[in-house]
Design a protein around this ligand. Structure first.
Ligand code: PRT
Ligand code: ZN
Length: 299
């Protein structure tokens, strides 16, 4: 029997979100074995239970209050919300934050040899998709009448086998569309994984754990894009350096032994640092430039 005092989080058991999700939970310090075949895993060092399910079941588990949190693609969440609303069911939830992985877009695509002259080209067509509600919401705005044909997988095959005129499916690199002779013509929804909380009241005890987890998640995500940079630079050039290196904490400036003008600058930069920017620092006269990865950030 599950303990109601432990926070329950639903995550995808196996699929495109599962690796990043378990990496994130582990980086947040949760000691849990997610490799085993168990559907419920108990976190050893925090009062948290992890339910491992199919991603399609996560929105329902959140909206029915069976779990307190879920990690899910916004596309799956929004599709289920529209589905529930159309049937008059409860569809409330709170998005706590986007998680910066599972990035993709839901797009309409047609065979490469067909002309596309805007949305009107889709009038009275048959569109194969696993997302009939998101598709309808989008096309209704433009008064496009269409028939949707529900497919749960291999949607890209539908036009080739004569099942549909077009498809509406998730795209990330576009390689699958290309491999199947299909071109993307409309992006209807942008998605990524997010952390979602159930809507109804939660105990103070559980809320405290959620707040702690949220702070850690923020730190992990920020650390992923941030870098710790040290360099030597003339103190007269500091202003110009700061325009090149946007920082999140006040930088540290230290004197250098034997130098009167040059100082050592330590800075946490919250943007990806491409070689071009490092070369610009060099042109400003910076030397001994070190760019170091950051493991955790707690503000
Ligand atoms: O078994 P379960 O039901 O849990 O998983 P699933 O098979 O339904 O979902 P899964 O694991 O494939 O995807 C889970 C979530 O990952 C999706 O709901 C999205 O939020 C996110 N995601 C991100 C993607 C993609 N990128 C993606 N590219 N989900 C699916 N795809 C598929 C797409 O359907 C198409 O077949 O990848 C193909 C296209 O990829 P590219 O790179 O060739 O464009
Ligand atoms: Zn699924």
């Amino acid at each position: 029997m599950l303990d109601h005092n432990r926070l329950r989080i639903a995550i995808q058991k196996s699929g495109r979100l599962s690796n990043e999700t378990s990496k994130l939970l582990k980086s947040c310090g949760l000691k849990v074995n997610l490799k085993q075949q168990r559907l419920i895993s108990f976190v050893k060092n925090m009062p948290i239970d992890i339910l491992r399910v199919r991603d399609d079941d996560i929105p329902g588990l959140i909206m029915e209050g069976v779990v307190d949190l879920g990690i899910i693609g916004k596309n799956v969440l929004e599709e289920e919300v529209l589905n529930r609303l159309s049937k008059g069911y409860n569809a409330k939830y709170i998005i706590l934050r986007k998680l910066d992985f599972g990035l993709c877009r839901l797009s309409i695509a047609i065979p490469i040899n067909k002309d596309y002259l805007g949305l009107n080209s889709l009038q009275n067509t048959c569109i194969a998709t696993s997302y009939p509600n998101l598709l309808k919401k989008y096309l209704d705005q433009y008064n496009i009448k269409f028939k949707s044909c529900m497919l749960n997988g291999s949607v890209e095959l539908a036009p080739r086998v004569g099942l549909s005129d077009a498809i509406c499916d998730l795209v990330s690199t576009g390689a699958t569309l290309e491999a199947n002779g299909i071109k993307e013509v409309e992006v209807i929804y942008n998605s990524q994984a997010c952390l979602v909380q159930r809507y109804d009241k939660i105990s103070i005890f559980k809320q405290t754990i959620i707040n702690k987890l949220l702070k850690r998640i923020k730190g992990v995500i920020q650390a992923k894009v941030s870098k710790y940079i040290t360099l030597h630079i003339s103190s007269k050039k500091l202003k110009q350096v700061f325009t090149l290196l946007p920082y999140i904490h006040s930088p540290t400036i230290l004197p250098l032994i034997g130098e009167t003008e040059k100082v050592s600058l330590h800075i946490v930069c919250n943007e990806i640092l491409f070689w071009e920017r490092i070369e610009k620092l060099k042109l400003l006269g910076a030397s001994s430039i070190l760019v170091l990865p950051i493991e955790k950030i707690m503000e």
